[in-house]
Design a protein around this ligand. Sequence first.
Ligand SMILES: Cc1cc2nc3c(=O)[nH]c(=O)nc-3n(C[C@H](O)[C@H](O)[C@H](O)COP(=O)(O)OP(=O)(O)OC[C@H]3O[C@@H](n4cnc5c(N)ncnc54)[C@H](O)[C@@H]3O)c2cc1C
Length: 453
Amino acid sequence: MTDPLRVAVVGSGPAGFYAADALLKSEEPPVEVDLIDRLPTPWGLVRLGVAPDHENIKAVSRAFEKTAARPGFRFFGNVEAGSSVSHEELLELYDAVVYTVGAQTDRSLGVPGEDLPGSWPATAFVAWYNGHPDFQEHAFDLDTKRVVVVGNGNVAIDCVRMLALTAEELAPTDTVDDAIDAIVKSPLEEIVMLGRRGPVQAAFTPPELQELGELAGADVIVDPADLELDPASKNALEQDRERAKRNFEILREYAAKEPEGKPRRIVLRFLTSPLAILGEGKVEAIEIVKNELVEEDGRIVARPTGETETLECGLVLRSVGYRGVPLPGLPFDERACVIPNDKGRVTGAERTYCAGWIKRGPSGVIGTNKKDAVETVEQLLADAAAGKLVRQGGGGSLEELLREKGVDFVEYEGWQAIDAAERAAGEPRGRPRVKLTAWDKLLETGRKLTSTS
Ligand SMILES: Cc1cc2nc3c(=O)[nH]c(=O)nc-3n(C[C@H](O)[C@H](O)[C@H](O)COP(=O)(O)OP(=O)(O)OC[C@H]3O[C@@H](n4cnc5c(N)ncnc54)[C@H](O)[C@@H]3O)c2cc1C
């Protein structure tokens, strides 16, 4: 039997786990995988992005646990590619390196006032309520009657829904306590979601839209006038096979429904863009403009009409997309914000591959990353078969290198200790887990078991 191929996978979100799984299933050559993450915890956005009240979706982590149990798998948490270990060092230690680092930041709106305190990217808000250790010091001031969420995708809907959940709805989730407190105690009355284009062009999906109408503590308000379609949208709706049609039906139901007088209102507005975020030293209002839709080069685009309005609000969440960031030593496509690649083979970089959001941009559901990672692994294994994965370095191991550098890495057993501690803390409170959210606590818990194993 041939020597095992040694592969480093950088980033332990869905793409990283699906890539690891496809690699570990290879029999000829057999493959050993070291899965590296900058956080002490694995699972990427499944732990720190997917909304805490969507526990059934977070349950995909059970499949990741099965991958981690395969022979040849190792996890190295608290190891950041680009700082703890460089790309060149990884190439010396491994036959191939696969980057699955996701999209680590947000796209900006490009309007004045965007940086005022109280104007936040959705990325930060989501990371905060999910317990990301880098975002716990962020002070989300929910002492306001109105929040405006800019964006019309599922992440925007997640933010809207989380703000509307009642204490009873939040109680059985793993939302961090500070966020539960802030949401429940907030005097919030209205959450406005702004869509630049019309209801037919909205990116959210029907189940997520439907869920808003099922909340115990919030009415959903849609202005029937927003559902009067221009000819291009009417045509697009007729051509649509599913999503837009179903979305439109749900929106019609909302528009026809009398509000029940629940404590909070979710107002879905379309054909509206922010012009400026206003306030003295903090967000106090948002200036918005009404748009109309026009066809340009076969696309339906929003054009401002000049009709403006100012909405008072204390918090603005900008949810207009996630964005990949460059990694030291690797090529980067500045326009698409991805690593340039051909089916996962990184352009102009030997023995280097990518998968997931950093390969194709932030789109698709968790399962989309599986097909995507399998495609990448197929290229990698084809290159191995063609004799192209020849390591230059003199061997050595990642753990030796990290120890030399004083990097306090967390192994899989360490993560299992964190997991067990979180689940144990959740159990008496009827919650799936109470997350450890501080770096020192995570490292301390992750280290305890690692050092005795
Ligand atoms: C708010 C939100 C909610 C979502 N909800 C759903 C949902 O309900 N259902 C659904 O199907 N999909 C959902 N998605 C989409 C889904 O989460 C993504 O498709 C998926 O997580 C992308 O996988 P990835 O592995 O490419 O990236 P990620 O999940 O982001 O994983 C990237 C990993 O790389 C690590 N990393 C980054 N940089 C480095 C570095 N330099 N060194 C080492 N490690 C690094 C990160 O810590 C992270 O663990 C949601 C996405 C978001 C943002």
